[in-house]
Design a protein around this ligand. Sequence first.
Ligand code: IPE
Ligand code: IPE
Ligand code: MG
Length: 252
Amino acid sequence: MAEIATAQVRELLGIPPEKLPRHIAVIMDGNGRWAQQRGLPRIEGHRRGAESVRRVTEQCARLGIEQLTLYCLSSENWKRPREELDFLLQMLQQYMIEQRQRVMEHNIRVRVIGRREGLPEQVLRETDQTVAMSRNNTGLVLCLAINYGGRAELVDAVRGIAQQIKLGKLEPEEINEQTISDNLYTAGMPDPDLLIRTAGELRVSNFLLWQISYAEIWVTDLCWPDFDEAQLHAAIRAYAARQRRFGGLSTI
Ligand code: IPE
Ligand code: IPE
Ligand code: MG
């Protein structure tokens, strides 16, 4: 599927293409509630949530968004019942296999952030294969946060920096914001411009703590399985209408 032309972005979203966010990050929440509201088991919500992932990813690829980062599994989600975790991990593994063809068709580059330790071998193997296979794709970067925690990421970054100092490769006074960014899992990626959260919760739940310092936040009460292209467009339109000041003064 080809990218939507510039004129179509204007028509579809009613905004000039230069107003598109470069990087959209999503806290995909409310799968369990979606299922419970329908008298279904929570895992059914996760199954339906995976369909939203496909829809939103393809739409971002078509719109020419540079990066989409999805919060798939947090380092705090290990507190959940074993059966739910097993299902989520199995679904992730399956997703990595099933989506390979689509990923290649849409020229998507898959990347993963989070701690590898704790994830089952099979999940890592299939994930690594999809990441390697799509490495040279030049379209949307689909970054999947798996076993991800913002504080754990900062701990790992500090360890990395301390190691460089220990080896004499870095002086403490040389540490600046760029040093920290370069030692995060997201090194080299742009910071999110737009942070979307579904299911109405007004919190960041340990997601990309460093990177979202100036992200525009957009929250919907809809649960993730109900999030579709129209919702994505609404979020992007709302983003395009915001004034980003980064601590400075408005230019208008
Ligand atoms: C988001 O949905 C998916 C994950 C956190 C893995 P939840 O499973 O958190 O759904 P709710 O918040 O319980 O409704
Ligand atoms: C955030 O959702 C994590 C993911 C979407 C993977 P949670 O459902 O885990 O967040 P809390 O517990 O409501 O803060
Ligand atoms: Mg939740």
